[in-house]
Design a protein around this ligand. Structure first.
Ligand code: NAD
Length: 269
């Protein structure tokens, strides 16, 4: 693309506050951009900034033709209206895929979202590249958030899986999960899914990234998933580890969405 058009894809990040986790994720995304030859820009705003300041940062990136994707690092501080801010990201630069129109198009047959949310897109990519058949298979998605669970269940349906959703109000999660050929765990509850929850041979995607105290680690904590890896890996036919599984693939999908956006902008195929 650089050789033919003289341009490279550009990604802009907006980070509010100095949350340690947000900083880590932003650093990883910036590092990945550099590695892939994607230009990145970052706007860092103070924790107590106003909504207008965030919207202004967004406007600057909307107007910047070298930027093809904009990402607002979540979570935002409580005093900011997350919905309003995410709705303000222009559809053509919504590489996170969280805009209601992108989400709505994902939910409707015959419509195509401009961008798929990165984590669910990464999960599907992992299944496809691992040769796991999705069509006609029973899938259970644990969690139904806008960011992961909901788009994951919609995307699995697009790939013709038979999808059940387990959430905080589900009475018999073990029983439902035990029927699944594919399990996507995205509840944010450490070690929620035990080996006994799984059908032998199930494929498990562990999206959860939960910090647990560990004084021997940098920052005094380490990350564990929603799945008890030790037990589940004895029952599953394939499983993603935490860390080092879905997380890096999510970042890769962000870069891919940015590249796709830049290709659209420069009419480059
Ligand atoms: P969230 O808190 O917004 O949503 C959690 C969902 O899980 C809710 O729908 C809730 O109903 C459900 N839930 C909560 N407790 C449950 C239980 N005991 N049983 C069944 N369902 C339950 O969280 P989120 O933003 O969707 O993130 C979920 C997890 O995924 C977190 O650990 C988060 O850090 C991680 N995450 C990882 C990536 C990645 O790239 N690996 C990306 C996004 C989120």
């Amino acid at each position: 693309m650089k050789n033919s058009t003289g341009n490279v894809p550009g990604l802009a990040l907006i980070m509010v506050g100095q949350g340690r986790d947000s900083q880590t994720y932003v650093r990883k995304k910036l590092g990945a951009c550099e590695e892939a030859g994607i230009q990145s820009k970052i706007s860092t705003l103070p924790e107590n900034c106003t909504e207008d300041q965030v919207l202004n940062a967004l406007s600057c990136f909307h107007e910047d033709p070298s930027i093809h994707g904009i990402l607002v690092q979540l979570p935002l501080p409580q005093h900011l209206d997350e919905g309003k801010i995410l709705n303000s990201v222009h559809l053509e630069k919504d590489v996170d895929g969280f805009h209601p129109i992108n989400m709505g198009n994902l939910a409707m047959w015959g419509r195509e979202p401009l961008f798929l949310p990165c984590t669910p897109k990464g999960c599907i990519e992992l299944l496809i590249r691992s040769g796991v058949e999705i069509s006609g298979k029973k899938a259970v998605v644990i969690g139904r958030s806008n960011i992961v669970g909901l788009p994951m269940s919609l995307l699995l349906q697009r790939h013709h899986a038979i999808v059940s959703v387990v959430h905080a109000f589900t009475r018999n999660p073990e029983q439902i999960t035990r029927e699944a050929d594919i399990v996507v765990a995205a509840a944010g509850v450490p070690n929620l899914v035990r080996g006994s929850w799984l059908k032998p041979g199930a494929v498990v995607l562990d999206v959860g990234t939960n910090p647990v105290k560990d004084p021997s680690c940098e920052y005094g904590h380490r990350l564990i998933g929603d799945v008890c890896y030790e037990e589940a890996s004895r029952v599953a036919s394939a499983i993603t580890p935490v860390p080092g599984g879905v997380g890096p693939v999510t970042v890769a999908m962000l870069l891919l969405n940015t590249l796709e956006s830049a290709k659209r902008a420069y009419n480059f195929t």
